[in-house]
Design a protein. Structure first.
Length: 206
């Protein structure tokens, strides 16, 4: 009887008469009337066709649990996927992360196993080689506290985003490249560190 009641609820929610509803399902009106009154039981084939035609949540139809429509389930899944996508930046604005605009965004990408709230950026240059090479995709998170040995993102005096190793030496913060061909420098007042590298994906192409 519960399935019969829910089938009738589907029909009424679509604003259809028994005749129109039966025609769409390929059955006669008399059989539908008997189904809705619980006198006859619909076949599994008919129930599957009903779910497919009207995008009905099968769990709801058989048990009454959940939402009537698959659309709401799909939208939840779409929202979940959208929320889990990583923002791939062209550049990091000085006000990061609040100052991000669409002009700063290259794309939004889905990467497996990446925590929510991460950002991505292509790194160019050899300052962090061999740890990070030219063209690697760097995944990072916005933060303000760092540990000795972290790879961090900062803007240099020319507003460019660079990566350096966060080092504490004699109670002084030094920003060091991994490539020994380049020299470390001290953290200055005008220098803002705005993120910490979490992962490096090698030579990602889109």
């Amino acid at each position: 009887m519960e399935i019969a009641r829910r089938i009738k609820e589907i029909r009424l929610s679509r604003g259809l008469t028994q005749q129109a509803f039966a025609k769409k399902l390929g059955i006669v009106q008399g059989f539908l009337s008997d189904v809705e009154r619980g006198k006859k039981h619909p076949s599994d084939t008919l129930l599957i066709a009903l779910c497919h035609l009207y995008e009905i949540n099968e769990e709801w139809l058989f048990t009454g649990a959940g939402e009537i429509s698959r659309r709401s389930i799909r939208q939840e899944e779409i929202d979940r996927i959208a929320a889990s996508r990583t923002t791939l930046l062209k550049r990091v604005p000085p006000e990061f992360p609040e100052g991000i605009t669409e002009d700063d965004i290259y794309d939004r990408i889905s990467l497996p196993g990446v925590p929510e709230g991460c950002y991505a950026l292509f790194f160019y240059g050899d300052f962090m080689a061999p740890t990070i090479n030219d063209g690697d995709l760097v995944l990072f998170t916005a933060c303000e506290e760092f540990s000795n040995g972290d790879i961090v993102l900062l803007n240099n005096l020319w507003g460019e985003t660079i990566l350096r190793r966060y080092r504490i030496r004699d109670n002084e913060v030094m920003l060091a490249p991994d490539n020994p061909l380049y020299r470390p420098f001290r953290l200055e007042r005008r220098t803002r560190i705005f993120g910490r590298v979490l992962e490096v994906w090698r030579k990602i192409k889109f």
